[in-house]
Design a protein around this ligand. Structure first.
Ligand SMILES: Cc1cc2nc3c(=O)[nH]c(=O)nc-3n(C[C@H](O)[C@H](O)[C@H](O)COP(=O)(O)OP(=O)(O)OC[C@H]3O[C@@H](n4cnc5c(N)ncnc54)[C@H](O)[C@@H]3O)c2cc1C
Length: 382
């Protein structure tokens, strides 16, 4: 059995190698083709398996966590490495975890095993459907309704901003099963299926995303994930497991921007000397590195706490807030350092500037992380 250090030391280079070999190829493909190709690459390389617990066909992470869960430290190392090279590889990896993690709770145990094994191999593409036009940060406003019928459930409503919409083979969906605000239940819905329709739209970065419409979509009771009324807790536990990895992706984007910036400042001459010799720009480089290092340490702390079985309420919120805000600032400075080239399509920092923006919004915005931190910090003082 490999030690935790061996596993983590192996995963970083594996992610980097995959990204280095395929980032340019993926960037040339249209979004759907790139997403499918990225997933195939992640499946074939064995990296997808780290998004699924070992009990359900995922990678052996026993040196890092229990066999019924996935390792946050592994996810962090992978996302840091993939985001450094390719936003598409990064998003396709994490969606396998986000979109499938709740499936381990399926009432039909055989269905859970079948689906999760296929997700781990990259043969089934997963999506996580919480957000609605009227319910973003506030999930208790979810309106998509699941009504019990003979042998199962019928789902009707509208989800929006769903990553992998139209590409996914399985959607894990948070639906309303009662009138009380938190009477929500999760289901898994396989695609294609009658009544399920997707409409794609574009966001700033390369990211397959869209609306998903449910028109009387029928699922069996075996496709219910967990107890009726326990869906909000389940959905939040999925987010809690993977939120630290958003911070890790931010660090990956930020480190790449830093490296591009440093290289440019050393190579580019103005006023007869390299830009790196201008103190104002050197101070920027110093601050970019320091802030990124602080973000890396917060991410590692959060991942270690959660892998160790802790809730990590403060650690995870701090890491998500600080790393995503920092990476946004670092990518902005990198654009500035490259001058006109910084905003020219096809330049690495121009793409990073777009890639990094959504990370401050999804899986709990920066403001939501501050709400979590403030609530917990005041609670601890009482
Ligand atoms: C690229 C991308 C991918 C996504 N993928 C998925 C996905 O796969 N599945 C999914 O379900 N969703 C997904 N989302 C949706 C995402 O989770 C939501 O956008 C996010 O939860 C915020 O919800 P909202 O957009 O409705 O903003 P709102 O909740 O309307 O918030 C708008 C602004 O108000 C702030 N705000 C809200 N409440 C408060 C408060 N109490 N105090 C202070 N400020 C507040 C927010 O921080 C934000 O700045 C994705 C979004 C993006 C951009």
């Amino acid at each position: 059995m490999s030690s935790a250090a061996d596993i983590l030391a192996r995963l970083g280079p594996a992610a980097d190698d995959l990204g280095r070999a395929h980032a340019e190829e993926l960037a040339r493909l249209d979004e759907t083709a790139a997403a499918r190709r990225a997933l195939a690459l992640l499946g074939d390389s064995g990296l997808c398996a780290w998004m699924v617990p070992a009990d359900f066909g995922g990678a052996d992470a026993s040196a890092l966590v229990g066999s019924d869960t996935l390792s946050v430290r592994a996810a962090v190392v992978l996302r840091r490495g993939l985001a450094y090279r390719s936003a598409m590889l990064d998003v396709m990896l994490v969606m396998q975890g986000l979109g499938s993690y709740a499936i381990a709770n399926a009432v039909d145990r055989a269905l859970a095993q079948e689906l999760l094994r296929a997700v781990a191999a990259g043969r089934v593409c997963a999506a996580f459907a919480l957000t609605e036009p009227g319910a973003g940060s506030s999930l208790t406003d979810i309106a998509l309704r699941a009504r019990q019928v003979a042998g199962g459930w019928r789902l009707s409503g509208h989800k929006t901003f769903i990553s992998n919409a139209g590409i996914a083979d399985v959607y894990t969906v948070l639906a309303r099963t009662g009138d009380e605000p938190d009477n929500l239940t999760m289901f898994c819905v396989r695609a294609p299926t009658r009544g399920l329709r997707c409409e794609r739209f574009e966001v700033l970065g390369p990211h397959p995303i869209g609306d998903v419409y449910f028109e009387e979509v029928e699922v069996s009771d075996g496709a219910r994930l967990g107890a009726v009324g326990a869906g909000l807790g389940l959905a939040l536990s999925v987010l809690a497991r993977l939120r630290t990895s958003v911070a890790a992706a931010a660090v990956g984007f930020g480190r790449r921007a830093f490296d591009e910036s440093r290289r440019h400042l050393l190579e580019r001459k103005q006023f007869g000397k390299p830009l790196a010799t201008f103190q104002a720009l050197g101070f920027d480089i110093a601050e970019m590195d320091t802030r990124l290092r602080a973000a890396e340490l917060l991410v590692d702390e959060a991942a270690t706490v959660v892998d160790g079985g802790g809730a990590g309420t403060l650690e995870v919120a701090r890491a998500k807030l600080f790393a995503t805000e920092t990476a946004g600032w670092v990518c902005d400075r990198a654009v500035q350092h490259l001058g006109g080239l910084g905003v020219k399509r096809g330049q690495v920092v121009e793409a990073l500037y777009r890639d990094v923006r959504a990370l401050r919004i999804y899986e709990g915005s920066s403001e939501v992380q501050k709400l979590i931190l403030a609530k917990e910090l005041f609670r601890q003082a009482k």
